[in-house]
Design a protein around this ligand. Structure first.
Ligand SMILES: *Cc1c(COP(=O)(O)O)cnc(C)c1O
Length: 360
């Protein structure tokens, strides 16, 4: 009998983590995960299937996905001279960056609340993670950030732009101050760039410590798992050594190339989602006891007064609508819930259910 036990073998920082939890959404109007609700026109689906017919699944993928990387450069406006690295979702890119810098006493920093994987992946790799609370308007607390950066000298700062789960863009001047002050890398996570009308991509040549991260997930390809990172070749070249050789599989490469060639379909869907976002915001703002926060992403964070967020969440779920309850995170998120912008019919169902739950 082996004497191996998790308590003696698994690192304590791993044992104290909780696995990333994903709610079972079967049967619900699914507005919890910032997915694009739209499918493709039938002729596009047929053309895609025809394209997949020619994919050699018996062969290893192109390890650098050269053609796809070139397509992403073009569509993403990556500046000339910048390097590009592809990941199995931007989650994997976060992991690659952190693996490359990991070591004793190495610190990772981000304003919080923010995307939970920065903390989760840092802790799982044995890194120290410092979360600096946002101010009440979800902006950066610059004095606190300055002090934390000077004190902890983070190897990596993550700035989600726009931020998840709050939906706002940080002030550009504040972002630039962090870029100038940080002694290490600053990763600007532009997962919601399709909805934001703002980006730091064009600023890459100005900041030697800037890395810009994007994903196709929120655009409408969450099932593919494809993200990319752009930055100075000196950084990207080092990070590339940590990447697993065949991290982007052949089906993802072929499908993403196909999708980029049909960019107008995604642009139209994105425009529709942005327009629905504004309608949803106004409808929420018009409901008594509900305060939505302006969003530059494909979701809206809102606060309920007079009813605990848990009761609102449960009531919506009973009505068949699944959103995200963020109240348990505490701090500025007390009583906050987050709803993904869906189709007009889904948004209507959500609003009707919310009105019912709130007794209006
Ligand atoms: C959803 C999200 C991601 C994860 O994207 P994947 O490419 O699907 O791994 C990264 N960052 C932020 C801020 C997100 O909200």
């Amino acid at each position: 009998m082996s004497e191996a036990k998790p308590a003696t073998l698994i690192r304590p920082e791993v044992r104290s983590l909780s696995a990333y939890h994903v709610a079972d959404a079967s049967g619900y109007v699914k507005l919890d995960a910032m997915e694009n609700p739209y499918t493709w026109p039938e002729d596009m689906t047929q053309a895609w299937l025809e394209c997949l017919r020619h994919v050699a699944v018996n062969r290893y993928p192109d390890p650098t996905a050269r053609r796809l990387a070139e397509g992403l450069r073009q569509s993403g406006g990556v500046p000339q001279g910048a390097g590009v690295l592809l990941g199995n979702g931007s989650d994997e890119i976060i992991q690659i960056i952190l693996m490359a810098v990991a070591g004793p006493e190495v610190t990772v920093l981000a304003p919080e609340p923010t995307f939970v994987m920065y903390r989760q992946l840092a802790l799982s790799l044995g890194l120290r993670f410092i979360g600096v609370p946002l101010d009440e308007d979800f902006g950066m607390d610059l004095p606190a950030l300055r002090a934390a950066i000077v004190q902890h000298r983070p190897a990596v700062v993550f700035l989600a732009y726009p931020n998840n789960p709050t939906g706002n863009l940080f002030e550009r001047s504040a972002m630039e101050e962090i870029l100038a002050l940080a002694p290490g890398l600053v990763v600007v996570d532009e997962a919601y760039e399709p909805f934001a009308d703002a980006s730091f991509m064009a600023d890459l040549p100005r900041f030697g410590n800037l890395l810009v991260m994007r994903t196709l997930s929120k655009l409408g390809l969450a099932g593919l798992r494809l993200g990319y990172l752009a930055g100075a070749p000196a950084w990207v070249g080092e990070l590339d050594k940590v990447r697993l050789p065949y991290n982007i599989n052949v089906l993802t490469q072929a499908t993403a190339e196909f999708a980029l060639a049909h960019g107008e379909v995604f642009a139209a869907q994105t425009a529709e989602i942005k327009s629905e976002r504004e309608k949803l915001f106004l409808a929420l703002a018009a409901m008594a006891g509900v305060r939505p926060y302006p969003s530059r992403a494909n979701f809206i964070l809102f606060r309920c007064h007079g009813q605990p967020a848990g009761a609102v969440f449960d009531g919506l779920k009973r009505a068949g609508v699944l959103i995200k309850n963020l109240s348990a995170a505490g701090g500025v998120l007390v009583d906050c819930l987050r709803v993904t912008v869906g189709t007009p019919a889904e948004n209507r169902q959500f609003l009707d259910a919310l009105a019912h739950v709130l007794g209006r």
